[in-house]
Design a protein around this ligand. Structure first.
Ligand SMILES: [Zn+2]
Length: 344
């Protein structure tokens, strides 16, 4: 618990790197499991807390897949999406670009049109009822190969839901070179979507270069290894290409072995537009507020510094100009009020 925690909790925030199924909190998983009593996932809170206590990365994958298995029909998708927004509202997250993997659901038998309708219904309800603006990044699960890429590009470009703003690439990086996905990113970009692949999380800076050159990345998911290449950091800073940093996730996946030596310091010192995000928050035992607290400690920020970090996310987002101005003003007003209260 730090003195900044209450400030962070009340701070209006934007989240740019957070996954759909990976955001299913124990509360949401219990609701989904209750809809599917044949699932091995427990429904009572205590057993569920146990189930969510991660032993290692293999266990994380096991839990992740059992949650994936609970999302079987369009109503599950709607419930999951809306309830994620409810968890975001509690943290004062006003805007989120949620990474959604339609391929996983379509492969499991949910028709693409029904899937897209379900997330869009939840998006509209979340905005009017909870005050959370959701936008989508449809991502290719890299481990599923080029068929998944083709299917994801098709769903993104043909169905093109109103909330869709970007096109991504997730999954393992080792053995899954980024350039092979160029044709699918080309299509998505031609359809007006922004390019936001994961890169440089578990591989070196050359993967980030690949994402920039082959996939025309406008923002980089993670980019943890970027500081290994000063020329890359300078390029990211000069071209205002933001990094989506997820400190606790990096530690959980061992992309970073010691949180105290997280490269966020080098990124910020090089003038890169750094944003702080939660990735798969309940699965990594975190939330966005905690990620801000971790970043504030690592970067030795005061309240104004934390507010600037929140404004980085606004700037790096794909909101329209008016939306950005509104949220930035909200952050400024909150910060002014907080600092005045603490000065007096
Ligand atoms: Zn991610």
């Amino acid at each position: 618990m730090s003195a900044l925690d209450p400030f962070i909790a009340g701070l209006p925030k934007a989240e740019l790197h957070v996954h759909h199924v990976g955001s299913a909190s124990p509360r949401i998983v219990a609701q989904l499991a209750a809809r599917h009593p044949d699932s091995p996932v427990p429904t009572d809170p205590e057993a569920l807390a146990d189930f969510f206590t991660f032993r290692d990365f293999a266990h994380f994958i096991e839990v992740y897949l059992s949650v994936v298995d609970l999302v079987r029909d369009a109503e599950d998708v709607r419930l999951l999406t809306y309830e994620i927004a409810r968890d975001m509202a509690r943290q004062n997250i006003r805007y989120a670009e949620l990474t959604v993997t339609p391929f996983s659901s379509v492969r499991r038998g949910i028709p693409d049109v029904a899937f897209v309708e379900a997330i869009e219904d939840a998006r509209k309800a979340a905005e009017t009822e909870l005050g959370v603006v959701l936008r989508w990044c449809f991502d290719i699960p890299g481990e599923a190969g080029l068929d998944a890429a083709e299917e994801t590009a098709r769903i993104a470009c043909d169905l093109r839901p109103d909330g869709l703003v970007s096109f991504g690439l997730g999954g393992p990086e080792i053995g899954v070179p980024r350039p092979q996905f160029k044709p699918y990113f080309d299509r998505a970009i031609a359809a007006g979507l922004h390019s936001v692949p994961h890169a440089g999380e578990t591989t070196g800076p050359e993967t980030v270069w690949d994402a920039l050159t082959a996939l025309r990345a406008e923002r980089i998911g993670h980019g943890t290894s970027a500081p290994q290449d000063p020329r890359l950091l300078a390029h990211l800073a000069e071209h205002r290409i933001p990094l989506e940093v997820c400190p606790t996730s990096n530690l959980a996946t061992r992309a970073v072995t010691d949180i105290e030596r997280h490269p966020i310091r080098e990124m910020a010192a090089a003038g890169v537009l750094v944003t702080v995000n939660s990735d798969d928050p309940p699965m990594f035992g975190t939330d966005l507020n905690n990620e801000y607290a971790v970043a504030a400690r690592l970067l030795e920020l005061d309240a104004r510094g934390v507010a600037d970090l929140a404004k980085n996310a606004v700037e790096a987002s794909f909101m329209d100009t008016a939306g950005k101005a509104r949220l930035a003003a909200e952050i400024d007003a909150y910060t002014a009020e907080h600092t005045a209260a603490h000065a007096g």
